[in-house]
Write a new protein. Structure first.
Length: 141
């Protein structure tokens, strides 16, 4: 897996790596939902449009994950796959357009692991490391 849960005192923290910023956003979202349920049990039947922006890649990652988490909470959706359709940087910062693929939560089919309250900025980072993109982030449980 291109992510791992890293030790954190009270909440959950992840370290994610990928070859491109687009793939980093995808893998960070998968790690988030792997914490919530078993990704293999969620069918990618419905597409939900996701848009986020940020002054830098840290803010973009935060807003991307928060928007996906919001759609989970408000729409009762679980997601197992994500696609970045467009990632661009302009004078205002970074913008991403993509989709989250999944289905409505069904307690008879989807095991529930952990409730995520929010994605935090605590210790969040996005950087290049040994030729790969690496992100770390913490979620409030």
């Amino acid at each position: 897996m291109p992510w791992e849960e890293i030790e954190h005192t009270a909440d959950a923290a992840f370290r994610v790596w990928a070859n491109t910023p687009e793939d980093l956003l995808v893998e960070a979202a998968k790690a988030l939902f792997d914490l919530i349920t078993d990704l293999d049990e969620v069918k990618p039947e419905e597409e939900v449009e996701i848009e986020a922006e940020g002054e830098d890649l840290v803010e973009l990652l935060h807003d991307w994950l928060e928007e996906i988490h919001f759609r989970h909470e408000v729409d009762g959706m679980l997601f197992s796959d994500f696609r970045v359709r467009e990632l661009k940087k302009d004078e205002d910062g970074w913008k991403v357009r993509g989709v989250a693929l999944g289905e409505p939560y069904d307690p008879d089919r989807h095991p529930f692991h952990t409730e995520v309250k929010a994605v935090t900025y605590h210790n969040m980072k996005v950087e290049r490391e040994d030729g790969r993109w690496v992100a770390e982030y913490v979620v409030d449980l």
